[in-house]
Design a protein around this ligand. Structure first.
Ligand SMILES: [Zn+2]
Ligand SMILES: [Zn+2]
Length: 133
């Protein structure tokens, strides 16, 4: 068989990446810590309704002026927030670090979506792992 010329153009771009679900997963993993109850509720809401935007570049802390903020929506860094004991977003209210309280907020937000989950058709999303042989 003769190897002929390859077609000059092989413009078969199959963009099939599941960018959205990956992003959603990443966002779901974003911590909602060092925040007050009100800001936690806002964050949880943003996550649920995909309004959550991750930070792409570190932000500067309003208190120590260091570019230490890696979490979205924070206006001061975790260190300053912990030092002062105030929410890293609004910097006014005390930090809520009670896991039960956070869980309750998340639960309430879920109920508000009116989303009957539990309708997974038996198959769970599986992450493919690289097999080494
Ligand atoms: Zn700071
Ligand atoms: Zn707050």
């Amino acid at each position: 068989m003769k190897k002929g010329k390859r077609p000059a153009h092989q413009n078969v771009f199959a963009f099939k990446h599941n960018k959205n679900s990956k992003l959603t997963k990443k966002i779901a993993e974003e911590p909602v810590d060092v925040l007050c109850v009100r800001c936690i509720a806002k964050m949880v809401w943003r996550k649920k309704f995909r309004k959550y935007k991750q930070r792409t570049v570190p932000g500067r802390c309003n208190l120590c002026q260091q570019k230490e903020i890696i979490k979205a929506y924070r206006t001061i860094c975790d260190k300053c927030a912990n030092d002062k004991g105030v929410c890293a977003k609004c910097t006014k209210n005390p930090i809520c670090s009670d896991p039960e309280e956070i869980m309750r907020i998340e639960k309430n937000t879920r109920e508000a979506t009116n989303d009957a989950n539990g309708d997974s058709s038996g198959e769970e999303e599986k992450v493919e792992e690289n097999k080494k042989e």
